[in-house]
Design a protein around this ligand. Structure first.
Ligand SMILES: Cc1cc2nc3c(=O)[nH]c(=O)nc-3n(C[C@H](O)[C@H](O)[C@H](O)COP(=O)(O)OP(=O)(O)OC[C@H]3O[C@@H](n4cnc5c(N)ncnc54)[C@H](O)[C@@H]3O)c2cc1C
Length: 310
């Protein structure tokens, strides 16, 4: 039987920068708020090495440290935290019914801040060797590759930041990128260029991850020449984009073709009383600073929605 706690005014799904900011605003306004996260509070930002572009920290701050501060601030008032995964959302006369394998909850408004998860390569060997050399988080798993050789797949900010982090631990880092030019910001590209043990493999894709019990190599194909090669590595870090965590919202709110939640400028979705904030919504920039701003706007909008019903 599901543990159905008492009702809440607002349930916030996801305790990353967006959810924690929304929790701070909602609880300071005196609402009964519950924050639900399937993992520890802190979100994706908590596993980022150094955040240099969040205002107020001129020397940068580690993701873990920044998110610890956000957590402390979010729960200073009366917001409550529960650890479970929301797998179903439906509208009921009282508002919304959220449920998962271990719990369920009824509330009047929802702020969906569930972020994104890493896109998989979808090649042979990836699933079998995940956790055995295949990783999606350099800061989490990088220290296991001290003195080893690794490959990073991708060419955006996350890939290059991850490669630079790994270059301080590994003897050699290859960045495998499908194009002839990186997408990462200029400052990261410049740091990559100056890094002695980092080499970029241009115009290439991974066709297989090779190994029995552990990663031994990756098979690459050059998209220009058609040439194939085997690159011997001990670890593969995949950074090829993200997929939004919106499956429970299908049929409830409008999603775009990529699965991101479509919101208006008050961050309300197509379903009244359901708001979305942070990386999970259709937005031109997915960063901590924008997630935090979204969390505040969504909280104010949820407050107006509840007040309009009272
Ligand atoms: C490698 C890397 C480096 C980055 N570096 C920077 C940087 O330097 N500067 C910067 O500003 N940004 C950076 N970012 C981006 C930043 O981390 C995100 O923009 C930010 O974390 C988004 O916050 P969010 O609250 O929207 O989502 P998230 O932080 O992703 O939090 C979402 C939360 O929702 C939870 N969740 C998901 N689904 C469910 C469910 N069904 N039920 C319950 N809980 C659920 C997850 O467990 C997670 O805790 C980086 C990202 C990566 C991957």
């Amino acid at each position: 039987m599901l543990g159905d706690n008492t009702r809440r005014d607002i349930v916030i799904v996801g305790a990353g920068p967006a959810g924690l900011t929304a929790a701070m605003y909602c609880s300071r306004m005196g609402r009964r708020v519950l924050v639900v996260d399937k993992a520890a509070a802190g979100g994706k930002a908590a596993s980022t090495d150094l955040i240099e572009n969040y205002p107020g920290f001129p020397q940068g701050i580690t993701g873990a440290d920044l998110m610890q501060r956000m957590r402390d601030q979010a729960f200073r008032w009366d917001a409550e935290f529960q650890n479970w995964e929301v797998t179903n959302v439906r509208q009921v006369p009282e508002g919304f019914r959220l449920s998962g394998k271990t719990s369920a909850m009824t509330c009047r408004a929802v702020i969906w801040c569930a972020g994104t998860r890493e896109r998989r390569l979808g090649v042979r060997g990836e699933e079998r060797l995940t956790g055995r050399g295949v990783s999606y988080c350099a800061t989490c798993d990088g220290p296991l590759y001290r003195g080893r050789r690794v490959a990073v797949i991708g060419g955006g900010d996350s890939a290059i930041a991850g490669a630079l982090f790994l270059s301080r631990l590994a003897t050699k880092v290859w960045v495998v990128h499908r194009r002839q030019q990186l997408r990462a910001t200029k400052v990261l590209q410049e740091r990559a260029r100056q890094c002695d043990n980092l080499e970029i493999v241009w115009n290439s894709v991974v066709t297989e991850i090779v190994g029995e019990d552990r990663v031994r190599a990756i098979a690459l194909k050059n998209l220009e020449t058609g040439h194939s090669q085997l690159l011997e590595v001990d670890g593969v870090f995949v950074y090829i984009g993200s997929v939004p965590n919106t499956e429970p919202l299908r049929g409830v709110a409008r999603l775009d073709e990529g699965g991101y939640v479509v919101t208006n400028e008050t961050l309300e979705t197509s379903c009244p009383g359901l708001f979305a904030a942070g990386d999970v919504r259709r937005t031109p920039l997915r960063q901590v600073v924008t997630a935090v701003g979204d969390g505040a706007i969504a909280a104010m909008s949820a407050e107006h929605f509840l007040a309009s019903q009272e």
